[in-house]
Write a protein that binds this ligand. Structure first.
Ligand code: WQD
Length: 343
């Protein structure tokens, strides 16, 4: 029997791409999401890509009893991939209580249930925001943390601390995956970033501006101490991220993990500025982007990019897509999404 994996936040951006990879790698995926910022309709596309229809539960992880029902229904859940969380850095600055409650209560509930139902593997969606406003990059997994620059980043720091302290008291092995900036879409063009609420992160803002859904976009500051004054990030293709989750489960199930908790950076190991990303988009698509320079966004760090050598060595993971692939696939998805919505 294929190992059954419960994916929380499964109908979201990284979740849906991870469902595809899990199924293609032979896992039996179960989808759970409260659909507050996504739709279970994406599972139709996952089925079109993989031929497999994931069972789905529209459940809020903050409701312990509803979540426990899912474990009771599914019996042998061997692994958890925990994506479900609110994740907009800028938004979290204005809504800290909502972010702390949602992201922490859901984590505590899923950990309690994982222990009660003898889950073996727990993969946590962490983030480079745990490093805070670092002064140098690349950062590796031992880079000391600065104060997280936003409530979102603090929930990821607290999440990792909770996992570090809880997991050794259980029979579970856990892996924290620290994503840098997820972007792009599945090359088949059937799934991509499709939040219910207007996206706030850079790449979908660029594609929405280019397709005319937004009349213009703002570069949040060009007076930072970087090569062109705009912030620097490490953009990683969502399909590369997705595959890392499958490799993390393989790593635990193949008994390669000795420590109760392991941590891995997931990025391409290089940084591009906001203005460089915009230029890459224009070069790859031939579109010209209507943007203006505006004030800095609270909660932003100046520059951060990854050292991913540990994931390469331990998980056998390395990114297969580059930033031009990110822009190409993001643009194809934006155009397809427009067609789908206009049906
Ligand atoms: C990137 C840069 C903005 C929008 C992301 C995810 C978060 C976490 C960490 C995984 C910043 C600038 C943006 C716009 C802009 N990932 N920008 N105009 O804040 O790095 O956080 O990575 O957990 O979930 O959101 O990503 O795309 O919002 O911003 O100038 O309209 O683009 O100021 O410098 P961020 P982002």
């Amino acid at each position: 029997m294929n190992k059954k994996i419960l994916v929380t936040g499964a109908t979201g951006y990284i979740g849906s791409h991870t469902l595809v990879d899990l199924i293609e790698q032979g896992y039996e995926a179960v989808s759970l999401d409260n659909e507050s910022n996504s739709s279970k309709d994406v599972l139709d596309a996952v089925k079109e890509i993989t031929g497999y229809r994931c069972p789905h539960h529209t459940v809020d992880l903050c409701d312990y009893n509803d979540t426990r029902e899912v474990f009771l229904q599914h019996g042998e859940i061997k692994g958890i991939i925990h994506f479900a969380a609110l994740k907009a850095v800028g938004e979290s600055v204005g809504q800290p209580l909502r972010y702390y409650e949602n992201n922490l209560v859901s984590l505590l509930n899923i950990l309690k249930l994982s222990q009660e139902f003898n889950v073996e593997a727990f993969v946590f969606s962490s983030s480079c925001t745990v490093y805070g406003d670092v002064s140098t990059s690349p950062v590796d997994e031992n880079t000391p943390w600065q104060e997280a620059a936003s409530p979102y980043g603090q929930t990821k720091q607290m999440g990792e601390k909770i996992i570090e302290n809880v997991i050794p008291t259980t029979n579970i092995k856990a892996i924290n995956l620290r994503y840098f900036n997820p972007a792009g879409a599945h090359p088949c063009g059937l799934i991509g970033e499709s939040p219910r609420n207007a996206p706030q992160n850079l790449v979908p803002v660029i594609t929405e501006t280019a397709i005319g859904k937004r009349k213009d976009m703002t570069v949040f500051g060009d007076d930072y101490s970087t090569r062109d004054g705009s912030c620097i990030r490490d953009y990683i293709h969502v399909c590369d991220l997705a595959h890392a989750h499958t490799l993390a489960l393989d790593y635990i199930f193949s008994k390669k993990q000795n420590k109760p908790v392991e941590v891995f950076n997931l990025g391409i190991g290089d940084g591009l500025s906001v203005l460089e990303i915009i230029r890459t988009f224009e070069e790859v698509t031939g579109e010209s982007l209507n943007y203006r320079i505006g004030p800095r966004r609270p909660g932003d760090v100046v520059a951060i990019f990854s050292n991913y050598e540990k994931a390469k060595k331990e998980l056998g993971w390395s990114p297969q897509y580059n930033v031009k692939d990110i822009m190409k696939t993001a643009w194809i998805w934006e155009k397809n999404r427009q067609k789908l919505l206009n049906i």
